[in-house]
Design a protein around this ligand. Structure first.
Ligand code: AMP
Length: 217
């Protein structure tokens, strides 16, 4: 199965698409944001270093992210393909990741760029609620993404929370960080011939259908 990298601004739907593709194909799902939030919750040194940066909408240093990826990518659920949701986010991360793939004799796979306009992304971020236990993503104002019971995770019954970095102010900082540091990856992967573009639709099912087409092409 082709490995997948999602390249997209914050709140474009990477996490939701990853959940859907994981269910359809059995991919391993690696979200560096989730891994970091886990470290913050556990209060590890890495978590302490990352917390302030994440709240400020800034990127966490490349070395810390690469350490997380190196440990995660060798887990058995990644043997038959995995989705990178939120990594790489800088050119340095992409270059180091190329080296890691060579070392591990793994393929880069396909890079899926999700196109979304900023207004739609802000709207999504500000109404997004997530489960602090399983990481499942819901949305207060979307009929298809609302939890069955208000404020409660459908899967584990946990109380849903709003992410600390999903306020409008922090979203804007995250978006600026994305434009400056992550957008250069568009050309990086386009030049390698592995980049495919899809659109973020209102309905997650429409976006999912486009992603499936790209994966199965
Ligand atoms: P996400 O859940 O992907 O939106 O990530 C939440 C936050 O975690 C980001 O705004 C960054 O502060 C941090 N983060 C996640 N992945 C990375 C990465 N690959 N490089 C640097 N910072 C990251």
């Amino acid at each position: 199965m082709k490995n997948i990298i999602f390249l997209a601004p914050p709140a474009a739907g990477k996490g939701t698409l990853s959940e859907m593709l994981q269910e359809k194909y059995g991919y391993g799902h690696i979200s560096t944001g989730d891994l970091l939030r886990e470290e913050v919750k556990k209060g590890t040194d890495l978590g302490k270093e990352a917390e302030g940066l994440m709240k400020a909408g800034k990127y966490v240093p490349d070395e810390l992210i690469l350490k997380l990826i190196k440990n995660r990518i060798v887990k058995p659920d990644c043997d038959n393909g995995y989705i990178l949701d939120g990594f790489p986010r800088t050119i340095v991360q992409a270059e180091k990741y190329d080296e890691l793939l060579k070392e591990l004799n793994k393929d880069l796979g396909v890079v899926i760029y999700i196109e979304i306009d900023k207004e739609m992304a802000i709207k999504r971020a500000c109404s997004r609620i997530t489960c602090p236990k399983c990481g499942r993503i819901f949305n207060k104002y979307s009929n298809e993404m609302k939890p069955k019971k208000e404020g409660i995770c459908d899967d584990c019954g946990e109380k849903l929370i709003q992410r600390a970095d999903d306020s409008e102010e922090t979203f804007n900082k995250r978006f600026d960080e994305y434009i400056e540091k992550t957008m250069p990856l568009y050309d990086y992967y386009n030049e390698k011939g592995v980049l495919r573009k899809i659109k973020a639709y209102e309905s997650k099912y429409d976006t999912f259908d486009e992603a499936v087409k790209v994966i199965e092409e």
